[in-house]
Design a protein around this ligand. Structure first.
Ligand code: MN
Length: 327
């Protein structure tokens, strides 16, 4: 928190003196969003808010630009939404790649949406979009960081050549939409391909997958079989528990559990599994497969004894990275 404040103060002097310059360095968009998600999930959970973070249709993950500033923009907007949304509400941050009309550049839409207190038009016009000037420090100190965050966000976006639109309704919430164009790291085209084919070798490992949807099962089975692991499938919770019971202790190295299943849910099944009187009942890692990454789902899956979660549709890179770290 203090660090955040200091950063903003440093930023202010840069902005006041019109010295804000963006760095040009290679970065990976998905990594920024993932690291941000980790921070935001904690805040959302503390405030009892549902949080959804999505990367959609990202064709160009490797880009050139100022990753720190870009992250700061996302952080400021999402933090604001979390701050001004009452418990029980929802905040989402989505980044979608759009068609680019500029060669060598990729276009993105960043959308931060909340069900918060909202702002009236005058507030949006007069405060948020008021360009920062030297003599406005009084206003800035009065608005306790929120104003500072917004001024910085606006300034960074201006330097980036990105535009921001705000739709807001008092009592209903706000949507911040930012269209931006980022330089494609063309030198990394081959690297991305290399990384994509970076399948972990899980020869000798045994995985149990519990999923009732045929297409989802086909996808996860395909992705897991590429690791050379042995994959056992179950189409419902009851079958999964039976398969576990019949397996020797320590047989499975990891279990993937869908949450919504016909009959018993994934949550219930994992509670039962964890309570079983055998050595591996508490030890075997169980990962939830959730259709949305809302923090309440994640929290509930953790409470029922799951260790981690992967979102559907499955991001291959994320799955393989997690498997590599875990097994
Ligand atoms: Mn299901």
């Amino acid at each position: 928190m203090l660090l955040h404040l200091i950063n903003n103060v440093l930023d202010m002097s840069e902005i006041e003196n019109h010295e804000l310059k963006l760095k040009e360095a290679p970065f990976k968009l998905r990594e920024i969003v993932e690291s941000l998600q980790a921070v935001l999930e904690q805040t959302a959970a503390d405030k009892q808010l549902a949080l959804e973070v999505r990367c959609e249709q990202i064709q160009n993950n490797r880009l050139i630009g100022d990753a720190v500033r870009l992250k700061q923009v996302m952080m400021n907007l999402a933090s604001n939404s979390l701050k001004f949304t009452p418990p029980g509400g929802k905040v989402s941050l989505a980044i979608t790649e759009e068609e680019s009309c500029r060669a060598g550049y990729a276009a993105f839409l960043l959308e931060v949406k909340d069900t918060g207190i909202g702002m009236n038009r005058d507030f949006v016009d007069s405060m948020i979009f008021k360009p920062f000037q030297r003599d406005e420090t009084q206003y800035v100190s009065k608005t306790e960081g929120n104003g500072i965050g917004m001024s910085i966000t606006k300034e960074i976006l201006d330097v980036m050549g990105a535009d921001m639109q705000i739709e807001s309704e008092v009592g209903k919430g706000s949507v911040f939409r930012i269209h931006m164009s980022l330089k494609i790291d063309s030198g990394a085209a081959g690297k991305e391909q290399e990384e994509k084919s970076d399948v972990p070798n899980l020869t000798g490992k045994r995985l149990l997958v519990v999923e009732d949807n045929e297409i989802n099962m086909e996808i996860i089975e395909f992705l897991l079989k590429r690791t050379e692991a042995e994959v056992v499938t179950a189409w419902n919770a009851e079958d999964a528990l039976r398969i576990f019971d019949e397996s020797p202790e320590g047989y499975f190295d990891l279990i993937f559990f869908d949450i919504q299943l016909p009959g018993m849910s994934g949550y219930e099944a994992v509670k039962i599994l964890r309570a079983k009187n055998r050595g591996d009942a508490l030890r075997v890692p169980v990962w939830a497969m959730t259709a949305n990454a809302f923090s309440q789902d994640v929290e509930q899956s953790m409470q029922s004894g799951m260790n981690d979660h992967i979102s559907k549709p499955i991001d291959t890179d994320v799955l393989y990275r997690k498997l590599k770290d875990a097994l």
